[in-house]
Design a protein around this ligand. Structure first.
Ligand code: KG4
Ligand code: ZN
Length: 341
């Protein structure tokens, strides 16, 4: 079984082909960062038009990379939400057209489910595992019980961690997206230079980052350029502390269920950060929990995760009808469980 996956929910146009032996036969990501950089954020209309012009060539290139012909595909999967609706329509329509033309199944994949199931491809993670999903749009702690079976333990009540990084970076005059640049700057900075707030440090698994974002932006106005790296290091440390405290809260709930093979999985672009990974890995060692941080190219947005979620679903006998509409908002908890092997 080999599935072609399409990801167009934000500003990456991505196509991949994955088989049911966990082999990645093609993995192409076209980042639109340059098109959006001048605006300091993703412009939905610009993104949708770029997906439209890039996607057909990328699909041909992915087939070439895999050595397969379109007729060899078992199914086509595309991100059907959540995300920017223009891009979702472009990807979904392409996938549906291919499925119809090739007379093979179509799968409309939830982007968050893609992130959630990636560790099964990269690390053969067994259910149930705990997922920390940290990206530009999401910061959530989720108990992954099976395919389609997700229990949200907590999430952000305002901004995502990635948004906090991106907006702080903008205030500091750094490049978009801010995460990678903040990590680089922080390497040479003093993490104790500024005492930034650690919001919502309670027993819950919920997060709040807007106060930290505002504090960092305010600080940015008062400092010398030479202190930018110190702000970056202090901000990174504050976010690390919050992530670790919240994951520790979630461990208590998760471990009370006595999982047979306990594991923490991190996913999303922010999980590319080495300081965050190292902190969470230490926490896992303390609790004797396995730690999975998929390779960075599978943490940030990609189509391997969409094709893989398609494999997981199709092998459980699931497929979608061609009249399924893309959804800009689509919480994971609205999916239905289809298997937990
Ligand atoms: O998952 P992703 O690629 O896109 C979605 O939001 O779905 O995540 C993008 C986010 C951005 O906020 C970016 O600043 C952040 O991930 N990011 C990082 C790093 N690389 C990307 N944050 C911290 N450290 C990094 N190395
Ligand atoms: Zn994502």
């Amino acid at each position: 079984m080999q599935i072609l996956g399409i990801e167009t929910s934000c500003d990456e146009t991505a196509v991949a082909i994955v088989n049911d032996k966990s082999q990645v036969l093609a993995n192409l990501v076209y980042s639109q960062i340059k098109q959006h950089q001048d605006y300091g954020g993703v412009v939905p209309e610009v993104a949708a038009r770029a997906h439209l012009s890039i996607l057909p060539g990328l699909i041909k290139a992915a087939l070439r990379q895999s050595g397969l012909k379109a007729k060899d595909l078992s199914a086509v999967a595309a991100t059907a939400g959540p995300g920017l609706i223009g891009g979702l329509i472009v990807g979904s329509m392409m996938a549906k057209g291919m499925a119809l033309g090739l007379n093979i199944p179509y799968l409309g994949i939830n982007h968050l489910e893609g992130h959630a199931l990636t560790a099964r491809l990269s690390d053969e993670a067994l259910f149930p595992y705990l997922l920390l999903l940290v990206s530009g749009g999401h910061t959530e702690l989720i108990l992954v019980r099976g395919v389609g079976d997700y229990q949200k333990l907590g999430g952000t009540i305002d901004d995502a961690a990635g948004e906090c990084l991106d907006k702080s970076a903008r205030a500091l005059g750094l490049a978009f997206p801010g995460g990678p640049d903040i990590e680089k700057q922080a390497l040479g900075g003093n993490k104790k230079a500024f005492q930034l707030p650690r919001p919502l440090m309670d027993e819950s698994c919920d997060f709040s980052f807007s106060g930290l974002k505002t504090a960092a932006a305010r600080l940015a106005k008062t400092i010398d350029p030479i202190q930018v790296k110190d702000v970056c290091a202090s901000l990174q440390e504050a976010i690390k502390d919050v992530l670790m405290a919240k994951v520790e809260n979630a461990f208590k709930i998760y471990l009370s269920e006595k999982p047979t093979s306990p594991r923490l999985v991190v996913a999303g672009g922010v999980a590319a950060n080495k300081v965050f990974r190292d902190g969470l890995e230490m926490l896992c060692q303390k609790y004797k929990i396995a730690f999975s941080a998929p390779p960075i190219e599978l943490c940030t947005d990609n189509a391997v995760m969409i094709a893989w979620a398609g494999i997981e679903r199709l092998r459980l006998g699931h497929q979608d009808k061609l009249d399924v509409a893309p959804r800009p908002r689509w919480p994971l908890q609205e999916l239905n469980a289809i298997g937990n092997e």
